[in-house]
Design a protein around this ligand. Structure first.
Ligand SMILES: [Zn+2]
Length: 318
C-alpha cells in the first residue's frame, strides 16, 4: 500500500478500465497495463493474480489471460472451479517457459508458478503446468504416501480437460500416454503404489491407475459415467485440497457417485503389490496405435466408444 489516502484519478480510471477488460466487456482499441495484483472472476470464482516484478516480455495481459484460460479449463472439467477463491502467485525468473509450480490449500488456495521473463505467448497457450496445479485443488489432501493419486490424477486430467476445452488435440494426449505410461509400470523391487515413491510410479503409475479406472467405470456404466463424474463428486463432497481425507474415503466417494467399485477394486490390486497391467492390450482395445511419434486412432476397436467418451466428457453441469 502507498501512504496516499486517495489514489490519483488516472489510477482509478485505469483500474476501472482494467476491471472492464478483465470482465470481458468487449474489445478495446488499447489495453492498460495491468496492476499487480490483477483480480479476475472465472465461473464466479475470484482469482487474484500476483505478477510480482514481472516485466514479462509477453506482457502482463498475456499472463493473466493464461491464468484465466487455465481456470476455465479446470472449471469446465469439474463442473465448477474447485475452490471459492484462489491466489495465483507468478514468480518471474530468468529464461523462457513455464518452469513448474506448487499448490497449497491452507488457509486459502494458493498456487505458485515459476515463469521465465522471456516466456512466449505460444508457450503459455500450450502450457500444462497451470492446469495441473489447479487440478490439485480438487482432490482432498491424501497424505504423502498417496502422492501417486494426487500427481497421477493431475497428470491424467490435465490432458483430457484441455482436449475438452479445445486447448490440445486428442491425438496429442493419446500419443503422450502411449509414450509415457510405461514409465508408470512397476520395476524390480516394486512394492505397490503406496510404498514405491519413484517419479515414474508417482506421476505415470498414478495416471495409469486413473486411465484404468476411467475405462472400467465407462465399461461398467456403458459410457453413462466416467472418472470425470467420480472426481467431480469427490471435489464437491470434500471441498478439495483443504480437507484431509483418508484415501479409502476419497475412492469410496468417487465409486458411490458412479455406482461402481472400480476405484476401490483397482486400489486393492495396486496399493501394495507390483501389479502391471498389459498396456499393449489396453491400447489395442482402445484403438490407439503408434505411428512414429504420433498415433492413429481406430473406431473399429472394441473400446473405441470408451475412448470417445473419455475425451467427450461429461456435460458442463451435472
Ligand atoms: Zn503436481
Amino acid at each position: 500500500m502507498t501512504p496516499a489516502a486517495t489514489p490519483p484519478l488516472h489510477a482509478r480510471a485505469r483500474r476501472a478500465l482494467l476491471a472492464a477488460v478483465l470482465a470481458g466487456a468487449g474489445a478495446l482499441g488499447c489495453t492498460p497495463s495491468l496492476g499487480d495484483p490483477a483480480e479476475l472472476t472465472v465461473d464466479g470464482v475470484r482469482l487474484r493474480v500476483e505478477l510480482g516484478a514481472g516485466d514479462f516480455n509477453a506482457g502482463n495481459e498475456a499472463l493473466v489471460a493464461w491464468v484465466r484460460r487455465s481456470a476455465e479449463i479446470v472449471a469446465a472439467y469439474y463442473g465448477g472451479f474447485p475452490t471459492a477463491r484462489a491466489t495465483i502467485e507468478l514468480r518471474p525468473g530468468p529464461g523462457a517457459g513455464v518452469q513448474g509450480g506448487s499448490t497449497y490449500a491452507n488457509p486459502d488456495a494458493l498456487i505458485r508458478v515459476r515463469v521465465g521473463r522471456e516466456v512466449t505467448e505460444a508457450q503459455l497457450e500450450s502450457d500444462w503446468v497451470m492446469v495441473h496445479e489447479m487440478t490439485h485443488l480438487a482432490l482432498p489432501d491424501v497424505g504423502p504416501e498417496h502422492a501417486w493419486l494426487s500427481e497421477g490424477l493431475a497428470t491424467y486430467v490435465e490432458g483430457i480437460a484441455r482436449v475438452q476445452a479445445g486447448n490440445r488435440t486428442e491425438q496429442d494426449v493419446w500419443a503422450e500416454e502411449l509414450r509415457q505410461m510405461p514409465r508408470g509400470l512397476p520395476q524390480e523391487g516394486d512394492q505397490g503404489l503406496d510404498h514405491t515413491h519413484t517419479w515414474g510410479r508417482t506421476y505415470w503409475g498414478g495416471a495409469m491407475f486413473c486411465l484404468m479406472a476411467d475405462v472400467d467405470i465407462r465399461r461398467r456404466s456403458h459410457d453413462a459415467q466416467g472418472l470425470q463424474d467420480a472426481v467431480r463428486a469427490i471435489a464437491r463432497v470434500s471441498g478439495g485440497l483443504k480437507s484431509e481425507w483418508p484415501i479409502e474415503r476419497v475412492l469410496a466417494t468417487g465409486d458411490a457417485a458412479v455406482g461402481t467399485t472400480s476405484l476401490e477394486d483397482l486400489y486393492a490390486r495396486m496399493k501394495d503389490s507390483a501389479y502391471a497391467p498389459e498396456l499393449a492390450a489396453l491400447w489395442r482395445e482402445l484403438g490407439v496405435t503408434a505411428d512414429g511419434d504420433a498415433v492413429r486412432l481406430s473406431d473399429a476397436a472394441p473400446l473405441a466408444d470408451v475412448r470417445h467418451a473419455i475425451m467427450r466428457g461429461t456435460k458442463p453441469r451435472s
